[in-house]
Design a binder for this molecule. Sequence first.
Ligand code: SF4
Length: 331
Amino acid sequence: MRFPLALSFDLTRYLIKMRLQGKDKFPLVLMLEPTHQCNLACKGCGRIQEYRDTLGQSLTLEECLGAVEECGAPVVTITGGEPLIYPPVFELLQELVNRGKHIYLCSNAILMEKSLPRLPRSDHLTLSLHVDGLAPTHDRILGRPGVFNLAIKAIKAAKAQGFRVCTNTTIYQETDPQEIEILFSYLGHIGVDGLLVSPAYSFAGVNDELFMSREEIKAKFTYLTGNGLNFKFFSTPLYLSFLRGERDYECTPWASPTRNPMGWRSPCYEIVDTHYPTFAEMMAQTRWENYGVGRDPRCAQCMMHSGFEPTVVREMGGLADIWTMLRWNIT
Ligand code: SF4
């Protein structure tokens, strides 16, 4: 199964609870950024541009756990920055497991292999390693020779030790889809449990030539995901069909709220106008009606998974969609 049973069960129970409480806007995945410090400076990274004046700041462990409680989302993605250079990361992970959260730990893999013995053993933890291409491409995008080989070594070690591992691939303007096909075949061959894939978002301050228009995104994802090759995507089939231009969705920016050392980021993971001190203030005071495709020019080309995957989960209603998702989950 692509989603562990416990995750499917907890997510369904949470959705029913929110509906019964009559809530219209609620979080599904907390994007927790304990620190924006990183041991790399990737070409497409917005965080090191947006937060360059506060890169030295980190959340305390108590602030991280407070954010998890405030938000209440059943899934927590720990990202950054590089989470494995955040000193209390292991305590944080254990506390999240103790609270029954489902965790995606995003990492550039440099410190992953040596961190494995300190990670909690739990079916609630998924390691999500960044891999943007084969060795020459990946090393160029991440700006350091040898990081592809480190990622592959870390994946093999994590799989050998029984961890659930997925990879996270960002597709840029310059990405060669045929290279990504080879990469995905190879990742399947070495035992990766699933593939997350998303188009890059044109973060402020990052070279615009890296990013694609919606039309270019549709063409690349039609080639990558519509060709009958049975790669084991963790990205849902409905989101992939949106990326191919076969269906249309509005984004759900409040479903993946972001907490970082500056506060609760508003309006979403991709764009920032302000930060709020509490989750409740962010939800209540963000003018959600001002954001989304056609409402804010910064949203025009956005098809990011953090904005649109939650829409799939929230809007899934028809029998055909439910059947598609069930079939995807059990294969
Ligand atoms: S469309 Fe705009 S508001 Fe929605 S997720 Fe993308 S950048 Fe954020």
